[in-house]
Design a protein around this ligand. Structure first.
Ligand code: AMP
Ligand code: MN
Ligand code: MN
Length: 326
């Protein structure tokens, strides 16, 4: 048995805790994606159906392309001041609670439930429900919803299908197993609106985003016999194209999908921060490379925040990838 399984709570233990607690705060990570938010909303909506008060904490605003999700209008960085002391904070889709950002008030470990599918999750909660073989945190939540015996209605189904489509890249990545496709079919039968998810998340691109993509493509560099492709986005590119951080989300996948490319990196140097997104075709473990620089993620998709100049980041990331066999 692997160590993370040893330290995990069982489905029954987590469900008992969900039934016992008087109130909940669903917590998503900074720079939210469809998985962190969709998983929290799905479980939050289910707990509300059971008569529990539920709040949603997210430091950053809901990205434009996720505002169609039910309950998204209740997501905020402000929490009510009078929450019961044994409110359970449910962290979705993060290997450590620090990924929730610095605006979250200090929370005792005994009030933390960690639901996730990342490799290297730090098991920071009193309750940890971490299943790295799941394609998304949303599909991890599904095990709890079944045991809670809540009806998977249209809103919940759309949230869970959003987590799947986000983290499988629209059923393209290798985590798209037969089980994932079977679950997706069940969710669509339960009323999940696949068309709406496709339109909101994958189509419907802003013109500024496409212009920004053009700039990133112009700046692409190929190294290591074309197996490594990297590029960057900075404040100037955003200002000149009218794009913003939300428009950079998918760009690294374009770099990775060039012929012969095994690993891609996008360096995002804007708003006073330098973040790096890494993607692999499966040969090189980019989670290990990111972790060696203080980040994390999955074997094929990871990220990190870098302290230093863009040039230093290019060098450090390349060295970390070489250490992983690039
Ligand atoms: P991104 O490239 O931002 O889409 O992130 C890809 C994956 O890496 C996601 O699973 C993230 O949760 C993870 N990740 C991104 N940035 C960090 C970070 N600074 N620390 C830990 N994990 C990260
Ligand atoms: Mn995520
Ligand atoms: Mn995820």
């Amino acid at each position: 048995m692997i160590e993370s399984e040893l330290r995990n709570s069982t489905t029954a233990q987590v469900v008992a805790e969900l039934q016992r607690r008087p109130a909940f705060v669903m917590v998503s990570h900074v720079k939210p994606d469809g998985d962190t938010l969709g998983a929290g909303l799905a479980l939050g909506i289910a707990l509300k159906r059971l008569g529990k008060p539920v709040y949603y904490f997210q430091q950053d605003p809901v990205p434009r392309n996720l505002r169609f999700l039910a309950d998204a209008q209740f997501v905020s960085r402000d929490l009510p001041p009078d929450l019961p002391p044994d409110t359970l904070y449910v962290f979705c889709d993060m290997s450590d609670f620090t990924r929730a950002g610095e605006f979250l008030p200090k929370i005792e470990r005994e009030n933390m439930l960690d639901i996730d599918h990342h490799l290297g999750n730090s098991h920071f909660g009193a309750f940890n429900y971490v299943i790295p073989t799941e394609c998304s945190t949303g599909t991890t939540v599904m095990h709890l919803l079944r045991e809670l015996n809540v009806e998977i209605d249209r809103d919940i189904a759309t949230c869970i299908l959003t987590t799947i489509m986000t983290d499988t890249g629209g059923f393209m990545h290798s985590n798209t197993t037969p089980e994932v496709l079977e679950l997706s079919a069940q969710l669509i039968r339960a009323g999940a609106d696949k068309e709406e998810i496709t339109e909101e998340i994958f189509a419907n691109k802003r013109i500024a985003a496409t212009r920004l993509l053009g700039r990133v493509i112009d700046a692409m560099v190929f190294a290591h016999d074309g197996r490594y492709c990297y590029s960057y986005v900075d404040d100037r590119m955003l200002a000149e194209t009218g794009g913003d951080g939300e428009d950079t989300e998918d760009v690294v996948n374009v770099l990775r999908s060039q012929e012969n490319v095994e690993v891609a990196a996008l360096f995002k140097a804007y708003d006073g921060e330098l973040r790096v997104s890494l993607r692999s075709n499966g040969r090189i473990n980019v989670q290990a490379a990111a972790a060696s620089l203080g980040g994390g993620g999955h074997f094929r998709a990871s990220g990190l925040t870098f302290e230093g100049s863009l040039t230093d980041a290019f060098r450090a990331v390349e060295a970390a990838l070489v250490a992983e066999g690039l």
